[in-house]
Ligand binder design. Sequence first.
Ligand SMILES: Nc1ncnc2c1ncn2[C@@H]1O[C@H](COP(=O)(O)OP(=O)(O)OP(=O)(O)O)[C@@H](O)[C@H]1O
Ligand SMILES: [Mg+2]
Length: 248
Amino acid sequence: MVENKISLGIKGLDEMLYGGISSGNIIGLVGPAGSGKTLMSLQFLHASLKKGNKCLYISSNHNETQLKSHSIAYGWDFEPFINTKHLTLKCMKPVQTELRGNEYHLTSKYLDELPMEVNKMKNDIIIIDPITDFISLCKSEVESRSRLLNLFELIKENCSTAVITAESEIDSCSTKSGIVEYAVDGLLILRRVQSADLNEIHHVIQIAKMRWTKHIREIRQYDFTDHGIEVYSKYNVLLGDSGDVKKK
Ligand SMILES: Nc1ncnc2c1ncn2[C@@H]1O[C@H](COP(=O)(O)OP(=O)(O)OP(=O)(O)O)[C@@H](O)[C@H]1O
Ligand SMILES: [Mg+2]
């Protein structure tokens, strides 16, 4: 059977995935603050839109204006895709503040609204950045797991391919609960490591799992550029090679 691969539009990462992610899969992108989760997800979004896919991007961290204006700087203009209805850019606040009398109260409908948004329309690609609040709002591990699996079921019933980002704990490779890591079909882990000479912090990526498909297991370095993220073909620094790490 020839697998239908979807390019992530990230140089070097598609190579690690032998062409991209499998159509219909749900991929987790786990990393600490500032590791590039949002940037990678927007880069994937732009690449998918350019291929004519219908996409839904749900953000709980940035509003629509911020997402559009920051993306322009990397050469990703989302406005035309919004106008042709190829892109739904949805900003959902997980928690609202409500003034009742003299007191502020926190309310949330996110646990119900997020699945509803995912199920509203058929999309080829769904990106959620990040899923962390959805998990944190659940009252128990059982609830988190079942709500996440229900959400994933909806995505699969609609035959969408999804990338879900999740925040990892600082200096850790995994999320607080670890639930996302088990529930997803594929898992990309972003990490920061100190260079061999201790002078620099490098960003590295690893494919921890990719169900039913082969992938490169090496830890590889990536960097931020004015055009988005680029994954390099080698990570020599861990081995003590002080050569130019940007060399491919
Ligand atoms: N053009 C650029 N040149 C160099 N570095 C950049 C550039 N653009 C972004 N960065 C780096 O990307 C980081 C932010 O990436 P991003 O917002 O995608 O991370 P994140 O994992 O989503 O973080 P958070 O968990 O806080 O949302 C910045 O802190 C900066 O280090
Ligand atoms: Mg982010």
